[in-house]
Design a protein around this ligand. Sequence first.
Ligand SMILES: Nc1ncnc2c1ncn2[C@@H]1O[C@H](COP(=O)(O)OP(=O)(O)O)[C@@H](O)[C@H]1O
Ligand SMILES: [Mg+2]
Length: 450
Amino acid sequence: MKSAVKTAFLCSGCGNDFPKWHGQCPACNEWGTLSEFKISKRSKKTVSENRRKPASLTEILYKQSTERFSAKLQEVDRVLGGGLLKGSVILLGGSPGIGKSTLALQIVVGCGVPSLFVSAEESEDQVAMRAKRLNIQSDDLQISGENQIERILEHISLLKPELVIIDSIQTVFSMGIDSLPGSPTQIRESGQQLLQMAKQRGVSVIIIGHVTKEGVIAGPKMLEHMVDTVLYLEGDGRYDHRILRCVKNRFGATNEVGIFMMDEKGLLEVSNPSELFLEERSTNVAGTAIYPSLEGTRPILVEVQALVSAANFGTPQRNVNGFDYRRLSMLLAVLEKRMKIIMGTRDVFVNLVGGLKVNDPAADLGIISAVASSALEKAIPPDFVLIGEVGLAGEVRSVGQLKKRLKEAKALGFTQALIPHSGKRSIKPLPKGLTVRPVSTVQEAFNILF
Ligand SMILES: Nc1ncnc2c1ncn2[C@@H]1O[C@H](COP(=O)(O)OP(=O)(O)O)[C@@H](O)[C@H]1O
Ligand SMILES: [Mg+2]
C-alpha cells in the first residue's frame, strides 16, 4: 500500500513546491533554497473539502462587505485606508521589541468587536499584564495561548470573533506538516488556513510576523502575496518614535505612514510629526537642509544631513539612510559635472533624520543642497525649506502637492521656500508670511543659499 505521507520540496524564497529536488529553484532561480517536507493525507483532504462554488458577480457584489472597524487610532486607520476592513488579512511585521504585540493589543481593544488574541509567543498572563500596563480593558477580548493552527481554527469557530490576532505566525504550526514551527512550510500552511478561514467567515485577521536581518518578514515571500495588506512597524533604537508603514494594500493607498511614540503606556499617536522630526535640529551648521516630504496625504518636514569629507583610502564611500542610493549617486554626478564641486575624491554620508524613508523626487533639491553645503562648509539659512526634483542637466523640475508642503513649512515657522519655477502658478494665492523663491536650476538655488 502507498504511504499516507507525501514528500515534496519547498522553496523558502518563493514558496513554490516541487515533486523533485533541484539545486536551483525552477520558479525563482535562487540556489539552495529547496528543502524537503512531508504533507500527510489529512491536510490534503482539508483543501479538497473546502471546494467553493462559483457565484455571480451581482451576488458577490451584494454580499461584499465594505464595513470597516475603526481602531480608534487615527494613525492606524489612515494607514489602512480608513480602518480595518471586515474579512481582510493583515500582516504586521517588525523586529523584536519594536512594539508589534503592543500595537496589536491597542488595535484590538480600539476596534471594540468580539476578538480573539492568539498569543503563542507569550503566555496569557503576559498579555494580560501588558493590557494592565497600557491601562486597557475589554470584555470583548479573549486570549489564547494555543499554537496549533487546527485548534486555533476550532476556537475561532466556537467563539465566532470578528477580529483575530495571531502573535506570531512563526510560532504557529500545523499537525499535518512534518517540520518545525517557523519553517517556510509551516508558515505557508498556517497562513493559508487563516486566509481561507478569514475569507469564508468574514473575520479580519492580523498576523504578526518577525523580520529577518535584511528587514523582510521571515518565511516564504508568498505569505506577503497571500495577505491583503502588509504593514511594517519600524523604528530606530536611538529614538522612541515608531513608524507604521504600509507596503501593500488591496483596499487603500500604500504610501501612508503612521507615527507613534513608544511609552510605558503603549504607542502614543503623534499628530504633528514635523515638530517631532525637527526637535533636535541643528541650525547654522553646514550640511543640513529642510525638505517638506509628503507621506501619503500628509506633509512631514524632514531634516536632511550630509557630511562630505576627504576620502583617505581608495574608493570614496557613499552612505545613505532613508533615500535611494542610486539617486544620490546621480545627484553627486550633477554636483560634480554641472556645479563643478569635486565629489570623486570625497566620502559622502547622507542621513534623513528620524528614520524616515522617502521615495520622493521632491527631496532632490534638499539633498543636493545639503551635500553642497557640507562640501562648501557654508550653512543654509535656517528659515529655508527646499523643494524640487533635480534633472541631469542641473535643472529644477516641478513636484506634486506643492501647496500642501508649503502650508506645513509655514505652520512650522519657516519663512522662505525654494520651489521649482514651474510650480509658481499652482500655489496662488501665495501663503502669507512665506517668501517663495522660484528657481529653474540648481545654480540659481545655490546663488540664493550660499
Ligand atoms: N514596563 C515597560 N515600560 C515601558 N516600556 C515598556 C515596558 N515593557 C515593554 N516596554 C516597551 O515595549 C517594547 C516591547 O513591545 P512589544 O509589543 O512586546 O514588541 P514586539 O511584540 O514587537 O516584540 C519594548 O521594547 C519597550 O520599548
Ligand atoms: Mg511580541
